[in-house]
Design a binder for this molecule. Structure first.
Ligand code: SF4
Ligand code: SF4
Length: 187
């Protein structure tokens, strides 16, 4: 009887659905980390994260902020000599962490991802007035005033709707999203 699937194999499978090159193809050259504009804000660089996945360090990987910080610029992917789609691996890790409900750190980025995804699933659109207030306080009074100024400008120019708009055929969108993210928790 087959034993439990290892963490490395789970991530490899998640990545295989998107790209044929699994993390085992990584030669640890560090090009992805050197190319990453956000590496300074990550507690583990993309190269280190791949090494940790290969070492089966599930807990440390899921506790890392790296994949939540990733801005999906795809610099790492286009420069990787082993043709590993590092950016999509970051997406795979987000989905995995949410699916397994194993986000061990109260990260703003993780919380924001969840709120954003819920809103898109519900309405088909992003609506900033519902997303922003939860984070305004974290930047202090100066941050609140800055955001209020930006919001006033957007409102003035009609770029910030006062009420959330919903798209038509939301069920069709949800069906598409279910293939990408585990909408509604564990699946
Ligand atoms: S660029 Fe590719 S091969 Fe090099 S460390 Fe990053 S993932 Fe590995
Ligand atoms: S896609 Fe993410 S990990 Fe890759 S270079 Fe951009 S920010 Fe860094």
């Amino acid at each position: 009887m087959a034993g439990p699937v290892s963490f490395t194999a789970e991530i490899r499978h998640a990545l295989y659905a998107l790209t044929p090159n699994p993390v085992e193809a990584c030669i640890q050259c560090g090009t992805c980390s050197a190319s990453c504009p956000l590496a300074d804000f990550m507690d583990h660089s993309p190269r280190q994260l791949i090494a940790m996945i290969r070492a089966g360090q599930r807990r440390a990987v899921l506790a890392s902020n790296t994949f939540w910080i990733c801005a999906s610029c795809y610099q790492c992917t286009v420069r990787c000599p082993a043709e590993i789609d590092v950016a999509r691996m970051m997406y795979a890790l987000k989905r995995y962490a949410i699916w397994r409900n194993q986000c061990e750190r109260e990260a703003v980025t993780r919380d924001f991802s969840r709120r954003f995804m819920r809103m898109v699933v519900r309405t088909g659109r992003s609506w900033e007035p519902a997303l922003a207030p939860a984070y305004l306080g974290r930047r202090g009074l100066r941050g609140v005033l800055d955001e209020a100024r930006v919001a006033a400008g957007l409102l003035w120019h009609g770029r910030l709707p006062l009420w959330p708009r919903r798209i038509r055929r939301r069920q069709a969108l949800r069906r598409v999203l279910r293939h990408i993210v585990p909408v509604g928790g564990r699946s």
